[in-house]
Design a protein around this ligand. Structure first.
Ligand code: AMP
Ligand code: ZN
Length: 472
């Protein structure tokens, strides 16, 4: 087996991947805070993690992937200040936080399924792991890493050596870097100490989500409160994957605060390294700024679909940039991706319905890209090479479908469509006629032809490339 090279944020270098257990990968990805519809920037992160998941599966690893849902404790600032994001939306939408979580998890899962993201093995919600979080805090208290004030239980960063090993930040210069937003608690020892548990007191005295705890505050009964966002991941990693895992991944902005704090808590409590490899995906940009809901520069998958784009075109667009590179989003670029993907699909469609042998030379070339820090953008160039090669159509098909296990473009569906019998001439004729009618803005005729296609057993979808149909 060839070496897998992975860029590790810890060392800022590409390193050879060595699993904790041969043939097994334990993999944690910091999932979404489920208080709104995730935008396509968030989805880029989910696709990046999916590509790593799929790569290891392709290499025959047994992958234990965990992607959590944060449904409590993530405040409007990542640095522990402000309101709980879930509660803010709950008030706005007149629902309770559980209903908000349910609503937005459903939308996220529909979206991730549309862009063909594999299901992780575990998808825990933070609120299902409160007991584990309390246990972890108790260990940290017992070991002297945590202390209580009347407002919160904090992690004392001065007790943890190498607190900045991941971020390489100078805390003196950048105090706000690591969990320091809440200066309202005068009893906090260091400004960068971060909360493990918020008591239902002070600015959180009306918190809607809270649990009893064994911790003491003079301001509440039964230690009532809720966990800090950073702690949640540490507790879920421990429960679902163990004290040390192979790969921990998340968005690049998590290096300086969230992941730095996860390392401090987990390593202080467990006495062992949290993750051997830290991977960070870069952001999706709009006009050179991070796609962001609060700045009004974000689109959801639903909005992109309404403009006539297919979810898999978005996936193909994401595949064109390496996970460690920023990617600029424009509808023009997405249009290019959609064209590119339909071009590939129509060529595959023409390859026929027989699947031959996977070609080893192309597979080898593909692996060389893949094993070099998941260089998927480069690997896409193999598609035209295969199509132009002198392999038989059957072998071309077999090879492309094999590699698509990692790309996840669902090219098998195109081939299956072919297998079920291509579109007959009559259908093609109606589609042509309908596209003509739409071009001439003759919507009455276009609707008539849609009904005709549906009567003949085809579902009709409009896209910027024109009418596309699939068997009902
Ligand atoms: P949030 O809901 O803000 O906690 O973000 C959820 C996830 O989406 C985090 O892992 C972020 O790193 C990621 N994310 C947010 N904005 C972007 C973006 N513009 N591009 C890529 N990932 C993003
Ligand atoms: Zn996390």
């Amino acid at each position: 087996m060839k070496k897998i090279l992975i860029y590790n944020t810890l060392s800022r270098k590409k390193e050879e991947f060595k699993p904790l257990k041969a043939g097994h990968l334990s993999f944690y990805y910091c999932g979404p805070t489920v208080y709104w519809t995730q935008h396509i920037g968030n989805l880029r992160g989910s696709v990046c993690a999916d590509l790593i998941h799929r790569t290891f599966k392709y290499l025959n690893y047994d992958v234990s992937m965990t992607r959590n849902y944060t449904d409590v404790g993530h405040l409007t600032s990542d640095e522990d200040s402000g309101e709980d994001k879930m509660e803010k939306t709950a008030k706005k939408e007149s629902l309770n936080p559980d209903q908000i979580a349910e609503k937005y998890i459903k939308i996220y899962e529909e979206d991730t399924s549309k862009i063909n993201i594999l299901e992780p093995k575990y998808k825990p919600k933070a609120t299902e792991n409160i007991e584990q979080m309390i246990d972890l805090i108790q260990v940290l208290m017992a070991k002297g890493y945590a202390y209580a004030t009347d407002l919160a239980i904090y992690f004392d960063i001065s007790k943890f050596e190498n607190y900045t090993s991941l971020s390489r930040q100078k805390l003196e210069k950048n105090k706000s870097g690591a969990g320091s937003g809440d200066f309202s608690d005068v009893n906090k020892r260091n400004s960068a100490d971060f909360s493990l548990w918020f008591f239902r007191a002070g600015e959180h005295k009306n918190a809607l989500q809270y649990w009893p705890s064994p911790f003491f505050s003079t301001l509440v009964e039964n230690g009532q409160g809720f966990p800090g966002w950073h702690l949640e991941c540490s507790a879920m990693i421990k429960r679902y994957l163990g004290n040390t895992i192979d790969i921990h991944m998340g968005g690049i902005e998590h290096v300086s605060v969230h992941h730095t704090n996860e390392i401090a808590q987990s390593e202080a409590a467990n006495g062992v390294k949290l993750a051997n490899y830290w991977l960070h995906n870069e952001h999706l940009l709009v006009n050179d700024g991070k796609m962001s809901k609060s700045q009004g520069t974000s689109y959801s998958l639903g909005e992109v679909e309404e403009k006539g784009f297919k979810p898999l075109a978005l996936r193909y667009f994401f595949l064109q940039s390496h996970y460690r590179s920023k990617q600029n989003f424009t509808f023009e670029a997405l249009k290019g991706a959609q064209k590119g993907l339909s071009n590939i699909e129509s060529k595959i469609f023409k390859l026929g319905e027989e699947v031959g042998e996977v070609n080893n030379d192309f597979k080898e070339k593909f692996l060389n890209y893949l094993l070099d820090d998941f260089n998927l953008p480069k690997s896409l160039a193999i598609i035209p090479e295969i199509l132009k090669s002198d392999l038989s159509n059957q072998d071309k098909l077999a090879t492309i479908l094999d590699l698509d296990q990692v790309w996840g473009l669902n090219l098998e569906a195109v081939f299956k469509k072919q297998k079920e019998g291509g579109l007959d001439e009559k259908i093609k004729e109606i589609i042509k006629e309908r596209d003509e009618a739409r071009k001439n803005k003759d919507f009455i005729k276009s609707d008539e032809l849609r009904n005709k296609l549906e009567d003949l057993g085809y579902k009709v979808e409009d896209s910027i490339d024109g009418t596309s149909v699939s068997k009902l």
